[in-house]
Ligand binder design. Structure first.
Ligand SMILES: [Zn+2]
Length: 233
């Protein structure tokens, strides 16, 4: 063996362990953290994938060692367990990333509408339907909406953004005191919700689709229009 090869291999293994620990720390903040942006969600996916690939490599290596008779079957079972866990984590990351992306699409639609209302108020209806009601929306109003929806449909209101989120902050958008509901305004639940809000004079914006022909981003924003933060996010 070449002199220094063993220490170099050891060093490589230590570096690999450090990288893995860094990915685990990153996942604690993103995958298991409260709130994240689209960019953080990309990092979360990459970290979960790297953790999975490392465990796949460890499993394959142990399988070879077992075949060669130098490792036990039980050590392979351990690697299998770690691999399964990493796979579940990667799947969870993928699901979470989809939710964050959907939330970002919704927030971007609201930002686009705000921009349109600013520059060409007459063209704004293309982006969404606006109902001003009495302009009032607070936690009591929201509680009424929630319980009416639940008694009508027998399931909780699918809230996608409750007030301000990291996605809104990243867009420099003030979403405090507003609620987004992941319901297509033209589906039965959306039609019912718009009628309920109108009857109760609760302000809302209905967003149909971000991209023509694609259902993504459709939602109902309850509360007054979001405003751009004066000094960005
Ligand atoms: Zn909103």
């Amino acid at each position: 063996m070449e002199a220094g090869a063993a220490p170099r291999a050891q060093l490589a293994q230590i570096e690999e362990e450090i990288a893995d620990a860094q990915d685990a720390a990153s996942l604690r903040k993103t995958l298991y953290g409260p709130d994240l942006t689209d960019a953080q969600s990309e990092e979360m996916l990459a970290a979960a994938d790297r953790r999975y690939e490392r465990r796949k490599a460890a499993f394959d290596k142990t399988r070879e060692l077992v075949a060669a008779g130098v490792a036990t079957e039980s050590s392979l079972a351990d690697r299998q367990l770690e691999l399964d866990l990493a796979r579940s984590e990667a799947e969870l990351a993928s699901t979470r990333a989809k939710v964050v992306h959907e939330l970002t699409t919704m927030a971007e639609q609201e930002a686009a509408l705000e921009e349109k209302l600013h520059t060409a108020p007459s063209a704004a209806h293309e982006a969404g339907e606006r109902f001003d009601g009495n302009g009032l929306f607070n936690s009591h109003t929201f509680a009424r909406v929630e319980s009416a929806f639940e008694s009508r449909f027998g399931k909780p209101l699918p809230v996608s953004a409750m007030g301000e989120t990291a996605v809104h902050r990243a867009l420099g958008f003030n979403h405090i005191g507003r609620v987004d509901v992941a319901i297509n305004p033209d589906q039965p639940e959306g039609i019912w919700l718009r009628e309920f809000l109108a009857e109760n004079h609760i302000p809302y914006f209905a967003f149909r689709q971000a991209v023509p022909g694609k259902a993504t981003g459709a939602h109902i924003h309850i509360g007054p229009q979001s405003t751009r933060l004066a000094h960005g996010g």
